[in-house]
Design a protein around this ligand. Structure first.
Ligand code: HEC
Ligand code: HEC
Ligand code: HEC
Ligand code: HEC
Ligand code: HEC
Ligand code: HEC
Ligand code: HEC
Ligand code: HEC
Length: 521
């Protein structure tokens, strides 16, 4: 349904140009004229494609007239000035089908073949083939690719795979990609695991929240964001691919440990809202010293206090090269959005293990006090959230959330009521009321950031960046919004206005692309 056939739509566009362009330049009230033209007769020839035409383009024509431009598709290469208002959406030319429980609800851009090679690239149905025919041995691959992709050959030559310590057993291009050039393979973790069993095991261990579940469970099976168009769902894969491939931290084709030990390797994914670990680390004394001196350290050495002045991400979260990144975590809390006291008695063993890590460089009392300060800060942040949600729940119970929940486009599970009710579908970020979005942000962006700030010893963020100041502000915004909603409702009641959600909450050029909404039609 999102798979708009651009060939067809460019024919339509051509027709539109032929018939409409004279009007654009001659008529001052084009929008009016356009309404007089019967689009259906124009499109008779391609009747089946008519359904794929963007429906109401009145706005585009009005804007085109204002800007002195032509209305056109957004994939023509023409520049549409001033915000692209005279253009309309065409969608990607090619989409790959989704997989898993919600596979029928969403598609991906072809780039998914690199993120999920086992299912897409290496699969006969989606395999892209090649212009080169034949079976080759490694020396042939290398010779040809020295011309075809010299950078890759150089990086491979720098890796241990091209010159293993023993001198024997070179791991060539053909070992990871296969010999048959028409049926090349893109290696997911299983191929690496054939020789690196210990790392594979660690990587596949750990429950929810771990790298082992980053892709199939969190993004495919739990159907996160499935109500979104392909351009957006595909954007999640770049990071969540960490499950499928082993080159997230030591990148291909150097597979360098020096690179993986630095915090920058985790930062590609562990930064930004919902996962501020890198920013928090950088704000801490650990990060300050790493930034100041890290360039001079010998990163070929294993991560321990003997070799490094301050710890990096892998030092703390992958002790002894343990590839299960959550083996040091106290308990799963969905990025810190569930409340737990990590200092409670039942977690004594994990807490002691953390103190033992700090003890490489700090006194145990110092470590214990700082970790306890984290526990207390986290608990307090939930007090503010409860205060906020008590207000929001009250609005919900009195039917005061605007737009009225029933007026919203549903999500992938068909759920279109209040998005903050646990167990009733996903917490959504789009097409929810302002107050729901504010509450969502308080929990998922701010509370989460408080945990990340305190666990990584950032000093700026907990006060100014993401804690007191931000959470206080959000609490005020929620109260302010609630106050307005209540007052408007009282006025409406008094003068007898019956309000229902405006249609723009349900429909619009973007909103119409939401699968949930389309399904409901
Ligand atoms: C005769 C030259 C030649 C030889 C030998 C050769 N390649 Fe290639 N390879 C190419 C060219 C050209 C391309 C890009 C065009 C294409 O894939 O159709 C390519 C593309 C690739 C790609 C990228 C595929 C994609 O979908 O983008 C990989 C991986 C690859 N080669 C691996 C190998 C391996 C492994 C060998 C040895 C078994 C090998 N090549 C031998 C010329 C060669
Ligand atoms: C140890 C395994 C391994 C070896 C050896 C290896 N590759 Fe790769 N290669 C990978 C991985 C992993 C990817 C990423 C796959 C994906 O994106 O799904 C990749 C991707 C590629 C790509 C496509 C992505 C891009 O960046 O363009 C090309 C081309 C390629 N390799 C060529 C080569 C050539 C040529 C050699 C030999 C000089 C080689 N590879 C050796 C693991 C390997
Ligand atoms: C055919 C066996 C084989 C396969 C397949 C293989 N490796 Fe290796 N790997 C080796 C050997 C051998 C070494 C070198 C060990 C040494 O010299 O100490 C090595 C070394 C490494 C190192 C350490 C490099 C260093 O500087 O010490 C990393 C990281 C690595 N491989 C990752 C991978 C990844 C990721 C994949 C899959 C994309 C992979 N390997 C596939 C055999 C393999
Ligand atoms: C290619 C992206 C990527 C890289 C690189 C990466 N991670 Fe992750 N990491 C993720 C994703 C995605 C998740 C969430 C997993 C899930 O959804 O189940 C995650 C989860 C985690 C978790 C568990 C979080 C929780 O809430 O339970 C830890 C700890 C972690 N990563 C540490 C690291 C460390 C340390 C590094 C660097 C050595 C690193 N990661 C590198 C993507 C990445
Ligand atoms: C910049 C990299 C990045 C992008 C892009 C990204 N994520 Fe994540 N995601 C992560 C990391 C890292 C974590 C783990 C964070 C933590 O626990 O602190 C995570 C955690 C999650 C979790 C919670 C997993 C758990 O069990 O704790 C879900 C669900 C999730 N992401 C969904 C998505 C969706 C849906 C998208 C696209 C809209 C997306 N992510 C885009 C990096 C990313
Ligand atoms: C979260 C980041 C990350 C991911 C994902 C990751 N690695 Fe590693 N890997 C590291 C780090 C960091 C080190 C260095 C550990 C150390 O120095 O203690 C390492 C070291 C290694 C080594 C060298 C071990 C040694 O002692 O010489 C191999 C081999 C390896 N990884 C293979 C893999 C394989 C196979 C996968 C996928 C199953 C994988 N890695 C996925 C971060 C990662
Ligand atoms: C000094 C050690 C240390 C360093 C360095 C460190 N962390 Fe942490 N990290 C912690 C502690 C302690 C926690 C809270 C763990 C707990 O008790 O569950 C934590 C929590 C996390 C979590 C949430 C895990 C969960 O189970 O919810 C992620 C993700 C994470 N760190 C990633 C990183 C990344 C990425 C870096 C580097 C930018 C990093 N950490 C650097 C100590 C460290
Ligand atoms: C490899 C050594 C090393 C490890 C391990 C380590 N730190 Fe640090 N840490 C340092 C250094 C060096 C500094 C800067 C000098 C100082 O303040 O002691 C520092 C500074 C700090 C500071 C700021 C000090 C202040 O007085 O403001 C805090 C807080 C901190 N670390 C907490 C921890 C915690 C908690 C752990 C364990 C989860 C930990 N560190 C593990 C080396 C380390």
């Amino acid at each position: 349904m999102l798979n708009i056939n651009t060939k067809k739509s460019s024919i339509i566009t051509l027709l539109l140009f032929i018939f409409f362009v004279p009007y654009i330049s001659t008529s001052s009230s084009f929008a009016q004229k356009r309404e007089e033209i019967n689009l259906e007769t124009l499109l008779d020839e391609t009747a089946s494609a008519a359904g794929e035409m963007p429906g109401d383009m009145k706005f585009q024509y009005e804007m085109a007239e204002l800007l002195g431009e032509r209305v056109g598709p957004d994939d023509s290469g023409s520049v549409h000035h001033a915000g692209g208002l005279s253009s309309f959406y065409t969608g990607p030319e090619k989409l790959f089908p989704g997989k898993g429980t919600y596979g029928h609800l969403f598609n991906f851009l072809p780039v998914i073949r690199w993120y999920d090679p086992a299912h897409y690239y290496n699969n006969d149905i989606f395999h892209p083939g090649s212009t080169v025919e034949g079976e080759f041995v490694n020396t042939e691959c290398v010779t040809c690719h020295m011309v075809e992709s010299p950078g890759i050959v150089k990086q491979w030559k720098q890796s241990k795979h091209s010159k293993p310590s023993g001198g024997e057993g070179v791991v060539g291009c053909d070992r990871c990609h296969g010999k048959n050039h028409k049926k090349l393979i893109m290696p997911s973790y299983d191929i690496c695991g054939e020789c690196h069993e210990k790392q594979l095991q660690g990587h596949r261990q750990g429950g929810q929240g771990s790298h082992a579940n980053a892709y199939h469970l969190e993004l495919i099976e739990l159907g996160c964001q499935t109500e979104k168009p392909a351009e957006e769902t595909t954007a999640c894969l770049g990071c969540h691919v960490v499950e499928n491939r082993c080159d997230g931290c030591h990148t291909r084709h150097r597979f360098s440990l020096t690179e993986a030990r630095k915090p920058n390797s985790c930062a590609v994914c562990h930064s930004g809202p919902e996962q501020y670990e890198y920013e928090m680390y950088m704000q801490s004394y650990h990060g300050m010293i790493f930034q100041g001196e890290g360039q001079t350290w010998d990163w070929t050495k294993p991560l321990n206090a003997e070799n490094y002045t301050v710890p990096t991400c892998a030092y703390c979260h992958m002790p002894e090269g343990d590839h299960n990144v959550i083996s040091t975590s106290t308990v799963y809390t969905y990025m810190g959005t569930s409340l737990v006291d990590r200092g409670a008695d039942r977690y004594k063993a994990t807490r002691d293990a953390w103190i033992a890590v700090c003890k490489d460089c700090h006194s145990p009392r110092f470590a214990r006090d700082h970790l306890e300060a984290m526990d207390e800060a986290v608990k307090l942040s939930f007090v503010k959230y409860r205060e906020a949600m008590r207000i929001v729940m009250d609005l919900y119970n009195h039917n005061l959330i605007d737009p009225m929940p029933a007026g919203l486009a549903p999500d992938s599970t068909g759920h279109n009521v209040f998005s903050l009710l646990p167990g009733k579908g996903e917490m959504r970020k789009y097409n929810v009321s302002n107050i729901e979005r504010l509450a969502y942000e308080m929990l998922v962006d701010i509370i989460d950031a408080i945990f990340k700030a305190k666990s990584h010893n950032a000093y700026y963020s907990p006060v100014y960046g993401y804690w007191e100041w931000a959470q206080d502000r959000w609490l005020i915004m929620i109260k302010d919004e609630a106050s307005k909603l209540k007052r408007i409702a009282e006025i409406e009641k008094k003068i007898g206005i019956k309000h229902s959600a405006y249609s723009f909450w349900k429909q619009g050029e973007y909103t119409d692309l939401l699968l949930g909404w389309k399904r409901k039609e």
